[in-house]
Design a protein around this ligand. Sequence first.
Ligand code: CDP
Ligand code: CDP
Length: 213
Amino acid sequence: MRVIAIDGPAGSGKSTVARAVAAALALDYLDTGAMYRAVTFAAMRRGIDPEDTDLVAELARALSLEVADTVTVDGVDATIEIRSPEVTRAVSTVAANPAVRRELVQRQREWAAAHGGGVIEGRDIGSVVFPDATLKVYLTADDGERAMRRSKEMLNLQYDQVAADIARRDHADSTRQASPLGVADDAVRLDTTSRPVEQVVEEVLRLAAERRG
Ligand code: CDP
Ligand code: CDP
């Protein structure tokens, strides 16, 4: 099974690069962040406190979830809603819940088995979900650059607010007990700060070809 794992913090370019790499290699693409966002969205909609670990875990296990070009949560299209500032603010709390992680990691492995591998992006893909991935890439970029990229996408949020949100999420994701964000020993680190998307994609494709021998 050919799995290309792409990890890194918010705004490092994971989604953009992973999609392009998947298209070039005719592999399927999975955004695991969208899964954590979907559980967070479902909890908020049901009035469940994101801090209530037992209730949120129970919800994660029961939830019907489809993550593809659109994200469907219990039969409802939530593609837009899972990116809201409210969900973004609460998602790291839900993602720190070990029982939620166990459930979603299992679904991610099932997805890969059913799709014959794929390009999978997140925070713990190379370190925990697919330790035997064909290729592991860890994307980074300077804090200011990542906040600038994200604030261009969030037209109704100020740069300062986006930067503060990202810094808080980086900290929560890197310091949690369960599968913190980190670079796997055998991951290739790519700094995307002043590199155009095309150049990063080309580099990942070169590494992927190298791994194939
Ligand atoms: O796109 P962005 O970088 O804003 O975030 P995302 O990839 O949608 O992920 C949202 C949140 O989900 C992250 O801040 C993490 O808290 C969590 N996450 C995780 O814990 N593990 C993953 N494999 C993917 C996301
Ligand atoms: O998924 P992640 O949060 O890591 O990043 P993203 O959602 O792909 O967003 C990154 C944004 O920065 C997109 O608007 C890209 O066009 C842009 N960008 C990039 O991804 N990579 C570069 N090397 C330069 C810019």
